[in-house]
Unconditional design. Structure first.
Length: 570
């Protein structure tokens, strides 16, 4: 059979589709995003909201690709083919937002967003031709879950690698024998483990299957990449190395999904399910309660008490509230474990910072490991990697989920940037607080966009921490380049309260590259502790009254270099 893919290969970041929907919902363009004028208008709308970088899109392809992605997943009402027996009005007005699309727009938490993607992917069926010329429909999501569960039965671990998805999963369907598919995967693993050059082996296998299907080898990689991204958007799977694995606390739910072999009985039912979002096992009372009991068992095995008394379990909606509460408890425990591991990951953290500073998308660390930052997600990754950096420096007194204001998924990867009306990161230590603000904005626009908010955020937190418990608050502003107008604003470092009370602010502007030099030196020289950060900031602040912004920037650079040099000597 031909290879399949979930979602859209052009819009790789599933969660950004929500941003596009939100922009469309507040515009006059619903139902008017086709033909040249509509394509251009939709493209411009996405660009105005900072969702896409327009570049030189002479053919307005951005608008078409986003429209296609949103329609394919049932977030917009798709176009009904003229050859169909059903009419457009039987489904909904073309290119307007569907019920599942509105559900995604109204989702404020990552789990709520993931449920929308889960309903979308559970409703996606692909028609294939099997032996004898018969055509059947199958669910790529359920097929993948079934393969993962069969792999678990044979190996004890429900995981597949990227190349295993590319060669064996996305080239098969539920019409194929899952036992044979998983045997092929395990035979491939054994063969790959025996070779010395795995990259050469992988390239050979890609070329072999590409010749078999008369396609480019890159097509298999592109489809597998899209499949992984959209599968992870459901919250049922997470990263494992370069592959994916079932999320442990959702394993039972995944089994219920995989065992559901029902398909829509008509074309009308298929379209309506796609636009409304598929029914899930937990929509029924019995299955919802079974999933809840499984989660309670997991909490018990983790030694975490949970009392159901006083909580209603009369309806699936009641149970869902409890289930989400338990899942949040489990995730917070996992996040604290993740935070404790960051000191061991400092080299990877530094590699990510290097990637952002060099404005590149990917960097190979070793033969098996490559880190990637999607260009459109660089601002979110900058906040995320600095959060990780301070988790690595350690000694936080607030929880890791209290220190960040951006959302993360089940892989602890960022889902968008921190919202406005507050700083990006708040790192509280025993004797002080560091407020971290980051930006990729440069030139004079940097001061206009960041000068007032950063000072206001630091001042607000000074009122909160310094006045209540005497903890000093420091501001750390990090950007690829520091504009002198921005540096001057922070050098003056003044904020007036509503009562015209003058507040002196300590905000140090530093480049991403300078921070990374310092960060690396902390770990190389076994000096990773938050006091070293404060020592550096205090030294930088001492120079600000004696010089103007351009010179102060030079002094900060010299201070960083001196600190790093002194650490090496000591």
């Amino acid at each position: 059979m031909a290879i399949w893919y979930i979602g859209n290969t052009s819009v790789r970041s599933a969660f950004r589709l929500r941003d596009g929907l939100v922009a469309l919902s507040s515009s006059h363009l619903q139902g008017n995003i086709r033909k040249q004028e509509g394509d251009r208008a939709f493209r411009d709308l996405l660009g105005q909201h900072g969702i896409v970088s327009l570049g030189t899109d002479a053919t307005n392809s951005v608008g078409r690709k986003w429209r296609s992605a949103l329609g394919k997943l049932g977030f917009l009402y798709p176009e009904i083919p003229r050859s169909s027996d059903i009419r457009q009005e039987d489904i909904g007005a073309l290119d307007t937002i569907t019920p599942n699309g509105w559900r995604l727009i109204r989702s404020e938490t990552v789990p709520a967003m993931q449920e929308c993607f889960l309903r979308a992917l559970a409703a996606q069926f692909i028609e294939i031709e099997v032996s004898g010329g018969e055509k059947i429909w199958f669910s790529p999501l359920r097929h993948t879950l079934a393969i993962l569960l069969e792999i678990e039965r044979k190996t004890g671990e429900a995981s597949i690698s990227f190349i295993e998805m590319a060669l064996f999963v996305q080239t098969t369907s539920s019409a194929d024998d899952k036992n044979a598919i998983t045997d092929n995967i395990l035979n491939f693993r054994n063969e790959r483990n025996d070779v010395e050059s795995k990259r050469r082996f992988d390239n050979l296998k890609y070329n072999e299957i590409a010749d078999l299907h008369s396609l480019k080898a890159s097509t298999f990689r592109d489809y597998a990449d899209a499949n992984f991204r959209y599968l992870k958007a459901t919250g049922l799977v997470q990263n494992k190395g370069k592959g994916i694995a079932l999320v442990h606390e959702k394993r039972y739910f995944s089994e219920l999904m995989a065992n559901d072999t029902s398909v829509p009985t008509s074309e009308l039912e298929r379209y309506r399910s796609m636009c409304n979002g598929a029914n899930l096992p937990t929509d029924s009372q019995d299955a919802a309660f079974e999933v809840l009991q499984d989660l309670l068992g997991q909490l018990s095995s983790m030694g975490i008490p949970f009392d159901l008394r006083g909580k209603s379990t009369d309806t699936p909606a009641d149970i869902a509230i409890i289930r989400h509460e338990i899942e949040d408890i489990i995730f917070k425990v996992k996040e604290e474990i993740y935070a404790s591991e960051q000191a061991e990951q400092w080299e990877e953290i530094a590699a990510y910072i290097d990637l952002i500073a060099s404005r590149r998308e990917r960097k190979r660390i070793d033969e098996e490991t490559e880190i990637v930052i999607p260009r459109s997600e660089t601002p979110a990754y900058l906040e995320w990697v600095l959060w990780r950096a301070f988790l690595a420096i350690d000694s936080l007194t607030n929880k890791p989920y209290e220190a960040r204001r951006f959302k993360i998924d089940q892989d602890f990867l960022p889902v968008g940037t921190a919202p406005g009306n507050g700083p990006d990161l708040i790192m509280e230590f025993e004797n002080f607080v560091i407020v971290i603000e980051v930006t990729l904005t440069e030139n004079s626009r940097q001061e206009a966009a960041e000068g007032e908010p950063v000072r206001r955020h630091v001042a607000d937190l000074m009122n909160h921490y310094t006045e209540k418990n005497g903890k000093p608050v420091y501001g750390l502003f990090i950007a690829n380049n520091i504009d002198s107008n921005t540096a001057e604003t922070f050098r003056i470092g003044v904020w007036y309260s509503r009562n015209d009370e003058k507040m002196s602010l300590s905000i140090i502007p530093i480049t991403i590259a300078q921070f990374n030099i310092f960060f690396r030196a902390l770990f190389i020289n076994s000096r990773a502790n938050p006091q070293e950060v404060i020592n550096l900031m205090n030294e930088c602040e001492q120079h600000r009254d004696r010089c103007e912004a351009p010179e102060w920037k030079n002094m900060i650079n010299n201070t960083v270099e001196s600190f790093v040099s002194n650490m090496s000597v000591c």
